[in-house]
Structure formats: C-alpha cells, structure tokens
Ligand binder design. Structure first.
Ligand code: MRU
Length: 341
C-alpha cells in the first residue's frame, strides 16, 4: 500500500508531484530555484503539514545550491531561506523543517542534506507508528470490528513524506480488515478531499464515497459514521488544533452524535509554544478560490469571497490526539505535552 512520495531531492533540485494536477494528471514540478519552490508552496503544488516540513529541510539545501551558483552572500542566502520558511503561516511544520537544518548551513550542503533526508525518514516512521496507535485506540473505544469513517481534506501520502497520518490510520485499519467505508469530504474550495484523498483511497482499493462538505453534519448525525479522523497543521499545548477549514464543523457534529473525533499528526506538528489555539495565524487565501471554480466564475463578483484556509477546533471537542508517542484525550482534560519528546 502507498509508495507515493510527494517530495524528492534529485541532484540539486526538488521534485514535487504536482498536487494541483491530480487526479487527472500525474506530473512533476521541478524546483531549481527558490522562486519556483515558493510559488509551488503558495499554489499548493505541495501541501499538507508534514510534507511542508520535508520541503522546509530540502528548501534550505536548494537555497544553498542556488546561492553557490549565483554567488550569494550570507545575508542573501538567509533572506531567501526566510522566504521559504514564511511561504505559508499556519502549518508549523514548514518553519520547523527549516529550523531543523538551518544551524547546519555552516557545515555545508552534505550535512544539510543528511538532516533533510532524516526529516523525511522520521516522518514516515512517525506516521506508521501513529497509525498503529490510532487504529488500536479506535477499535478499543468503539468495540467494533468494521468501521465507517469520515475524513476531511487530505492526510495521506501526498500530505506527508509518505503513508499519511489520518489516512495512515485508515490504511492501518484497512490492512486489519476493519474499514467498511470512508466518507471523504470534498473539502472546498480546493478539493483536497475529492481530488487527492479519493485518489489515494482508490489506488489502495479502500471503499469510499466523496461527499459535499455540507453533507458531513447530516451523515454523522444520521448515524452513518462511527468516527471521524483529521490531520493537523498546528496543535497547541492544550490540544486546540488548527486544520483545514471545515474541520470544526465535523468536530461539532461528532460531539452532537456522541462519536469519537480524532486528530492524527506526527509530534513535529505539536507546537507547545502556543498555550492554546487563539493566536494561531489562519492563512487567508485569495477570494477567487471561492468565487471561481476551475476557471468558471461562480459568484457575481470575484473579489467578494471569504477564504480562510484553516479553522481551530477546541480541545474540548477532540476525543483523541494521536502522535507516534501515543494517544492523549483532550476532551477528558488530558494534555498533549506527553506526545512530544
Ligand atoms: O491547505 P493544505 O492542503 O496544505 O491543508 C492541509 C491540511 O489541512 C491537512 O489536513 C493537514 O496539513 C494535515 S496533513 C497530514
């Protein structure tokens, strides 16, 4: 199951599987300079918090290669690295990935590359471990052997180094014969659920249906779902979780229906420098992503769209936060601090 790797280092370049072209075309964007990489991050050619962490590490290496080619001084190099670090604000992993390697710039490219590759390797291993923890937990608390699960956005291989977080748990449950169906929210406005999650589920032969985001609350409260699982872009110390816009609505519906709402992420997404989610910066994207669909105008005025890309779900609505270090139950008052080592 799933050997998709959305970010690769290829001899001085970063190779990205172009997620804006999926599911219709599988093609790569090759980044040979910082401008191309920053543009790719902004356009969501590469996206998903853990994948952005990998990009942060390799991005520093890319800036060093370009700097060598173009004779940059140290000031220029660091300002170009800062552009990568700041390209998107909500997912902590992008800045975290840069910060993992930046102190080693003075030790040269091979050291930076060694650390960047380690970010990718550690992410895969974290995802595989957290998937087992999440599967064990949900089978135990529901007492069921076949699960109907709802998920939002894309938390699979495409959003990570490979394997996935929320979708990793679904893969693990599927490998244990425990998935009946996955309801994949389409995830407006950029359709990460229908374009990407459905693509990954179909590849792995996991039974799924894509539904409009507006269907989620009803699907949940009508009793068609046993639990919901999402990923995370930043998890504060108290468990408040920033994730794709629409996650909060799913959590509220789960609370109403009395079913578990689970957040899955590697520990690199837990940011205990934030006491709670109140001050997490929410990326505000172009209005036209809402008022224009694939080049067709869908509202009278293109500029009158409101497009926050993320929301924050309060800890009290989160039944479980799962990382590679285990499971915490924020809605029961448990802190997520033990999930970071
Ligand atoms: O705007 P995106 O597509 O980068 O948003 C991604 C999400 O919100 C994911 O759910 C999150 O990053 C977790 S990915 C394992």
């Amino acid at each position: 199951m799933s050997d998709i790797r959305p970010v690769l280092w290829d001899d001085g370049k970063i190779q990205l599987l172009d997620q804006t072209a999926l599911p219709l075309k599988e093609e790569d964007v090759i980044c040979e300079d910082v401008d191309t990489l920053v543009d790719a991050i902004n356009r969501l050619v590469v996206r998903g918090a853990p994948a952005l962490g990998v990009v942060g590490g390799f991005g520093v290496a890319l800036a060093m290669v370009q700097g060598e080619r173009e004779n940059w001084d140290g000031v220029r190099l660091h300002s170009e690295i800062a552009r990568i670090r700041d390209a998107r604000p909500t997912a902590v992993n992008l800045a975290w990935g840069v910060d993992q390697v930046i102190a080693s710039v003075n030790q040269g490219l091979s050291k930076v590359l060694e650390l960047a590759h380690k970010i990718a390797e550690d992410d895969e291993s974290a995802n595989r471990t957290l998937s087992k923890h999440g599967a064990d937990w949900i089978l135990k608390v529901t007492g069921k052997t076949k699960l109907r699960v709802l998920t939002h956005c894309n938390t699979g291989s495409l959003a990570t180094s490979t394997w996935g977080t929320g979708l990793g748990i679904i893969r693990e449950l599927h490998s244990r014969g425990a998935i009946e169906i996955v309801y994949a929210d389409e995830t407006r406005p950029l359709l990460q659920g229908s374009r990407l999650t459905a693509w990954e589920l179909a590849k792995d032969g996991i039974n799924y249906l894509v539904q409009a985001d507006g269907a989620a609350a009803s699907t949940i409260t009508r009793g068609l779902v046993d639990f919901a699982v999402i990923g995370a872009d930043r998890i504060a110390k108290n468990g408040d979780t920033a994730n794709k816009i629409g996650s909060l609505g799913v959590a509220l519906a789960c609370k109403e229906a009395g079913i578990p709402f689970m957040v899955a992420a590697p520990s690199s997404t837990v940011d205990i420098s934030y006491e709670n989610g109140d001050s997490i910066e929410i990326e505000l994207r172009s209005p036209e992503e809402v008022t224009n669909l694939h080049g067709v105008q869908t509202a009278p005025q293109l500029e009158r769209g409101f497009n926050p890309a993320f929301d924050v779900t309060p800890a009290k609505l989160i039944s479980a936060v799962v990382t590679e270090h285990g499971v915490a139950e924020p809605s029961q008052g448990q802190s997520v601090e033990g999930l970071v080592k």
